[in-house]
Design a protein around this ligand. Structure first.
Ligand SMILES: Nc1ncnc2c1ncn2[C@@H]1O[C@H](COP(=O)(O)OP(=O)(O)OP(=O)(O)O)[C@@H](O)[C@H]1O
Ligand SMILES: [Mg+2]
Length: 604
């Protein structure tokens, strides 16, 4: 049975499927995250070595306990032995604590470092990167992969030091107690180990598939939680129920299969193990008859053998543990190594005048053949307004996204005050531009903090309030008990579309940059609010270069210049009156709107 290739399954397996990394290189690089903690690492290593020695001495002491204290009833031994055990257990507690605490400390520090590096990277990656990668896998790298890497690093260290030393120490105890019995075990043990390993591999094969179908359950559940309006409105109940039943059933079956395999594995292992133990007992009995083995020797020998089992199992699996870490680390390093946004410009100004010019600009999105912008040339003098109109998908948003350099023109140039936007330092360039974009993005914070988002944060409340007033935000916040301190919820979910848009406008008003970009800034507003905001925007647009995109032509009528985009080309330009007189594309768009029931007809 193979799982459907759902996106969730892809996300779950992405870590492993990433192009096969060079284990040694990745691990060496990962190692560099651990080396700053040398001192703590040394404590951990000493702790682990001591733990191994202590555990071996514990099983070693079983011999005098048995032979001298219990069988021979030696009073002297009976006196010091309990003390020895108490001391050993205290030491065991101490070394155990030292090991856990120091390894945990290193692990959490590695997690923090990696997580911060990836997060910082997300802040400076170009927009192109986010177009190419879906959110789910990126988020899982931040959470799941980071944890997995640290877990792998600490496990590998533990195995390499504590487990290896434990096995060696236990082996020494076995040799001391009975060399010949040790020889028998060396022959018997690999057979048992091989069988147990084969069972382990079968078990893992099933458990991998089960992970996939857990992803499917999550996926379906997440979709109905997010899309509950659509499910309700379109009566998707039966469809969703069936879908969940299907993935749930698959998950149930695979889990049952795994439980069976697991239980069978345990049972078979025990039987195999029983045979092994029987053989050891048989040899032990022979040795004892020959007078080579005391009860104490045997108990101590047997305990040492048991002590080895878990460490040996982990040592034989060390490669899987290592690979898990390598795969996780590789996926993180891939992000960390992604090139940042190009920021090679050095030009800085306090405040630009605001002349904007597009010179023969071509643009195509990554991996797409067809160009979205084709030889676009237009200029706006400082303080003037350029309106961009055109059908949906004609390239309006793309054109304005070149100005703050969210994308780079593939050919031609975008200039501010006669200087290419590439020559400005990126932060300086973006300081010059206020943007009210098509999708309003709000953060789960108060309205005031959303208005003052970014480097404007330390703003006087009075300034925020006056921006809020200008954007007609006070119209609705004054009715709220917490006013501007109302929290807007996840992505602003607690506000209406129009309210969200007004906050975005408030943000632009507060930023007070010389260039203003409005992309559909008033699309979610009713006519009355729109008119009020229009007034606010007009005040804002005064003395500022403004690029405004609007489907509603009534909002662009007063622009100094209008361009009409069609499939990425400027097909017309002029003032409202010019273009109406031309009776071309613009006039057609204009007539269409006013004949089809009002200015909002083409609103998105
Ligand atoms: N991130 C992207 N990656 C690839 N193609 C894109 C991307 N964004 C937009 N496009 C494509 O580029 C073209 C222009 O899109 P753009 O968003 O500029 O249109 P628009 O004129 O703003 O439309 P609307 O009026 O609907 O907002 C469209 O064909 C669209 O499919
Ligand atoms: Mg758009």
């Amino acid at each position: 049975m193979s799982a459907d290739p759902t996106p969730a399954a892809d996300a779950a397996t992405e870590v492993v499927a990433a192009d096969s990394p060079d284990t040694a290189i990745v691990y060496r690089r990962l190692w560099r995250y651990v080396t700053p903690y040398k001192l703590v690492g040394a404590i951990a290593v000493v702790g682990m070595a001591a733990t191994a020695a202590i555990e071996a001495s514990l099983v070693y002491l079983l011999e005098p306990l048995m032979d001298q204290a219990l069988v021979a009833r030696n009073l002297e031994t009976a006196r010091w032995l309990p003390l020895a055990f108490v001391t050993i257990f205290m030491a065991r507690g101490l070394t155990g604590f030292a090991t856990e605490a120091s390894l945990g400390w290193i692990g959490r520090n590695v997690i923090s470092t990696l997580r911060r590096q990836v997060f910082r990277k997300f802040l400076t990656l170009p927009t192109r990167f986010f177009d190419k990668h879906s959110t789910g896998p990126l988020l899982s790298r931040m959470t799941y992969n980071v944890e997995m890497v640290a877990e792998s690093v600490t496990s590998v260290v533990t195995i390499a030091v504590r487990d290896v030393l434990t096995v060696i120490a236990a082996f020494v105890v076995m040799l001391i107690q009975s060399p010949s019995l040790t020889l028998y075990v060396i022959v018997v043990f690999p057979v048992i180990a091989a069988i147990v390993r084969a069972l382990g591999i079968a078990f893992r094969r099933y458990s991998d598939r089960i992970q996939d179908s857990v992803g499917e359950v999550t996926q379906v559940t997440e979709e109905i939680v997010r899309g509950n309006w659509v499910v309700k409105a379109f009566g998707g109940y039966d469809y969703e129920r069936e879908r969940l039943d299907r993935v749930d059933e698959r998950n149930r079956r695979q889990n049952l299969k795994m439980i069976r395999v697991k239980a069978l594995g345990v049972a078979v292992t025990q039987v195999v193990f029983g045979f092994g133990v029987a053989l050891v007992i048989f040899f032990a009995a022979r040795e004892s008859l020959a007078g080579n083995l005391t009860p104490g020797n045997f108990i101590s020998f047997f305990s040492a053998m048991m002590l080895m089992l878990q460490p040996i199992r982990r040592i034989t699996n060390i490669n899987a543990t290592l690979q898990r870490g390598v795969a996780g680390a590789h996926s993180l390093f891939q992000i960390i190594d992604e090139p940042d946004e190009v920021d090679s410009g050095a030009h800085r100004v306090g405040r630009v005048r605001g002349d904007v010019e597009f010179q023969n600009v071509d643009f195509a999105y990554d991996g797409k053949q067809e160009s979205v912008l084709d030889d676009v040339s237009v200029s706006v003098s400082a303080g003037k307004t350029l309106a961009i109109v055109g059908h949906s998908g004609s390239g309006k948003s793309t054109l304005i996204s070149l100005l703050p350099r969210f994308y780079e023109a593939s050919d031609g140039a975008v200039l501010i005050d006669g200087i290419s936007v590439r020559d400005y330092a990126l932060d300086n360039l973006r300081e010059q531009i206020s943007l009210v974009s098509q999708d309003v993005v709000l953060f789960n914070d108060t309205i005031a903090n959303n208005i003052a988002y970014g480097h404007l944060a330390p703003c006087a409340p009075a300034e925020i309030r006056s921006a809020a007033e200008a954007a007609h935000i006070l119209d609705f916040t004054d009715e709220m008990p917490d006013g501007l301190d109302t929290v807007v919820g996840d992505r602003g979910i607690l506000l209406s579309g129009g309210q969200r848009q007004r906050i975005a406008i408030g943000r632009a008003i507060l930023k007070n940059a010389p260039i203003l970009i409005l992309d559909e800034a008033t699309s979610s507003l009713d006519t009355r609010s729109e008119r009020r905001i229009q007034a606010a925007l007009e005040r804002l647009m005064k003395d500022r270069t403004t690029l405004v995109i609007a489907h509603r032509l009534s909002t662009v009528e007063s622009a100094d210049q209008i361009i009409v985009l069609d499939a990425g080309r400027i097909v017309e330009s002029g003032t409202h009156a010019d273009l109406l007189a031309k009776d071309g594309h613009y006039a057609a768009l204009y007539r269409m709107q006013f004949s089809s029931g009002g200015p909002a007809a083409d609103g998105q």
